[in-house]
Design a protein around this ligand. Structure first.
Ligand code: PLP
Length: 393
């Protein structure tokens, strides 16, 4: 085995497993555990989205398909955005991918070569660093600040981290794990800086609909509000979160039209195209899913408030009530090994969190939980955690 492993690239050999995956693998062997580590709810995909996919499969839509996505889905993406972003969008700027992760990997492959850098704020979803390192590129982490119960991003620090090797600033807003959401002014500052320096804006807006603004907004501020379609903006998105379709593995990439051939080349040698029958279900989700999203976001807000209510009396816990996404990222006073705490919580409290250490600089000392869960299991899991903290915290 040693010999076989030595024959791999250093990236394939050494890339650390995500702590979330490790926690899950460890926890799956423990009976009766309530897992809050993964980024998904426990509702299956609504039948209205699943049926057209099942029908297309049974009707023989089982052949190789368009590298850019079926035209009907690209049209539906343009319609959805035109409806939700108050300006018109063209289908030619949308490229269907096999999940949000595949959109991110496609972006990384398009804009980085060995040794190139991408600057990103942390704590951040670990798959960014993973996607970069596996391609030989380098994540440059800029830790956010947590003070007075609030996460903030120092833009000067972010811009100072940009070097000759930097190809993009990656911004995930609303963010996983901390829920930080960029204001329109912050997005404008990043846009202007990237324009000046001629580098890419790499936007991840997969949680844009999960936004708990105080003024009835239905989404977070977006680069799509302030950027031109044909400028240096690459935006990753997914069907996973809004429409409860995590297992489908369908997402999309928004990019200037001129990049079409490059995206096709990369898709050809990765997925070779996302199954056409799945894309039929995604058309239904986009065209008929608005009420579903509204219900999901309302539920997420309610679960967030319940989580905050149950945890806020615990001494030694600090967190910001998240403005977006569906995670609570909380610090525990005195905790220096979040992975060890996660293992103890699995064994002793039968509840599963993700260790903060996996989210990069500034993440250690924290745990992340997903609160987009059915009420019963969520209350039970939080109750177990509160009891455990009272005994051991
Ligand atoms: N971006 C962020 C910030 C995420 O949290 C996730 C999933 O957890 C994704 C992208 C990718 O989504 P998908 O499941 O479609 O690959």
């Amino acid at each position: 085995d040693e010999k076989l492993l030595a024959a791999l690239t250093p990236q394939a050999r050494n890339e650390p497993d995500s702590g979330i995956v490790k926690a899950a693998m460890y926890g799956f062997t423990v009976p009766g555990i309530i897992p809050l580590w993964s980024g998904e709810g426990n509702q299956p995909t609504p039948e209205a989205f699943a049926r057209p996919a099942a029908e297309a499969l049974l009707n023989g839509e089982t052949f190789y398909t368009w590298q850019r996505g079926i035209p009907e889905l690209r049209d539906a993406l343009a319609r959805y955005h035109t409806r939700n972003f108050g300006r018109s969008f063209e289908p030619e700027n949308f490229f269907v991918t096999s999940g949000g992760m595949h959109a991110i990997q496609t972006i990384v492959q398009m804009i980085t070569s060995d040794g190139d850098e991408i600057v990103l704020p942390t704590p951040a979803w670990p798959n960014y660093a993973g996607a970069l390192r596996i391609s030989g590129a380098k994540p440059v982490e800029v830790p956010m600040n947590f003070a007075n119960g609030k996460w903030t991003l120092d833009l000067d620090r972010l811009f100072d981290a940009v070097t000759e090797r930097t190809r993009a600033i990656a911004l995930n807003s609303p963010s996983n794990p901390v829920g930080w959401t960029a204001t329109r002014d912050e997005l404008v500052a990043v846009r202007d800086f990237c324009r000046r320096r001629g580098i890419w804006i790499f936007a991840d807006e997969v949680y844009t609909r999960f936004y708990y603004g105080d003024n009835g907004e239905t989404r977070a501020p977006s680069f799509l509000d302030i950027c031109e379609d044909e400028e240096q903006l690459l935006l990753a998105n997914t069907f996973s979160k809004n429409w409860a379709m995590t297992g489908w593995r369908v997402g999309w990439l928004q990019a200037p039209k001129a990049l079409g051939p490059a995206i096709e080349r990369i898709v050809q040698v990765s997925s070779s195209g996302t199954p056409a029958f799945l894309q039929r279900g995604c058309v239904a989700a986009l065209d008929h899913g608005d009420a579903f999203i509204e219900r999901q976001v309302l539920m997420a807000r309610h679960r967030r408030d319940l989580t905050v209510l149950m945890l806020k009396e615990l001494p030694g816990l600090q967190f910001e009530v998240p403005q977006g996404a569906f995670y609570l990222f909380f610090g525990i006073d005195g905790m220096t090994d979040s992975a060890a705490t996660v293992r103890r919580l699995i064994d002793e409290a039968k509840v599963g969190f993700a260790p903060g250490s996996t989210f990069g600089a500034g993440g250690e000392g924290h745990l992340r939980m997903c609160y987009l869960k059915d009420l019963g299991p969520l209350e039970e899991a939080l109750g177990r955690f509160v009891d455990w903290m009272r005994r051991h915290g």
